[in-house]
Write a protein that binds this ligand. Sequence first.
Ligand code: GLC
Ligand code: CA
Length: 572
Amino acid sequence: MTIAREWWKNATVYQIWPASYKDSNGDGVGDIPGIISTLDYLKDLGVDVIWCSPMYDSPQDDMGYDISDYEKVYPEYGTNEDMQTLIDETHKRGMKLILDLVINHTSSEHVWFKESRSSKTNSKRDWYIWKPPKFDADGNRHPPNNWGSFFSGSAWEYDELTGEYYLRLFARTQPDLNWENEVTRKAIYDSAMKFWLDRGIDGFRIDTAGLYSKDQKFPDASIVCPDEEFQMSFQNTNNGPRIHEFHKEMYSNVTSNYDAMTVGEVGFCSREDSLKYVSAKEQEMNMIFLFDTITVGREGGDTFGYKDWTLTDFKRAIQKDTTFIEGTDAWSTVFIENHDQPRSVTRFGGIKYASQSAKLITLLESTLTGTLFIYQGQEIGMENLPRSWSIDEYKDINTINYYKKFKEKYGNDSDFKEKEEKLMDIINLVARDNSRSPVQWNSSTNGGFTSGTPWTRVNDNYRTINVASQIDDPNSVLSFWKKSIQIRKQYQDLLIFGTFKILDFENENVFTYIKEDEKNGLRKAYVVLNFSNNSVKFEKLIGGEFELLHCNVGDVDESILSPYEGRLYIVD
Ligand code: GLC
Ligand code: CA
């Protein structure tokens, strides 16, 4: 199948999480003027599209994923004029800008919700999902069903004023919108989407894009974690009965009229279900994020469930995500970090060989099929928070709620300290806080992120890991990223659009794969990555003329791969 080549397919996207990116006025919070001041840096890195995480007005209970006004910028980040400047300055440099679209829920501070909550007869009552309580035989009040929130506890919040519960799959201040209501949908399209598209933005990253259509019978979810009172509700809330109808409407009423790029966050779905969102003929979204790779070693139901992983687990996941589109008219993404994930070098690399393994992961990412996404700080190999930091340094509502629940449950146990240490090991490995520490720009106080007091602590390693120390160093992670992005573009037939095949599936140290261009099957890209702390023998697994194109070590020994060494060959 020949792949159509729309502009967003070979793009390199850079995600900015505004609070921690760059502070321009010393109040300790990143802001839009801060972003504008780095546009040349991003252009120079090779970025085509900037994805700006929520910069809308918000009480910030979930770092802006709780929006109180879609049409207004959060004052600490700047003004609507600053946003217009960002759009224009990005375009001047030949780059594009997409925004986060958070429309499964609003903040409880949004005027829509304030009205909805005010009385059972308010005209916006039905814009959110309200249900009466359930009472047991003793007259005790319970939520309408057993659905659990992604952020711990029940997914239902009781509201005294009208004596009903509202649904909130995330925080209690993130009420879910009622997509069944056509008037609500139209208001969402106008306020959250057209308002910004009309000001020139180029598309959206669509938050929780699989959750809009809830099973209208609101049945109890099946019990997966018997020890828990509340259960994850995917079965009843993810890929619901009308989800594709809603996405088709969004496409025909909004995004298709603007040549907008759309990338959805849709978790927990089969290949068949995922393809329905992104097959070109379905006319819904351009691509979605697949989560197999970044959830390697994680356990589904439990936010901080973690078991170990092996290289074959990792390969299996990459294979699944990379071959997802083969033989279809769909498109896909490549990413290993974002604001909900820890730092890839800590999670998948060898921290003893930090810079080497950051480059190894760069080589992997830059040679996989799909639109490439880089998360702020990834380009300099930023690492997870130090393990020595206590829970008090963690700011994410997801981490904090989980820790509280854990303490309530085990706080009086005689071995609580031990249990807590174990939990802290996992929090330190997978918590979202790990990617939310400020970007390290230079070696001055607070890594040059702010001249004031940062809202969240800067990683202590900013003195050694920072942009300024890497920018002119040809051997830095940053320079390696730059070169990798250039090569990716230059060999896009193979690297961005090519097919993918693993050559050494069973090998637990080395990951070797080839990328081929269906139209020109003779020429191949051959990637070999040593994911181990040891030197291993290098063997060519196919015949042909090998030309070394890119590699993350200075001196290449033809027969040996040093720890975390990776190479990209072109084979004719
Ligand atoms: C998405 C976002 C995450 C947020 C959640 C609720 O998963 O990526 O950061 O907490 O949606 O909006
Ligand atoms: Ca600021």
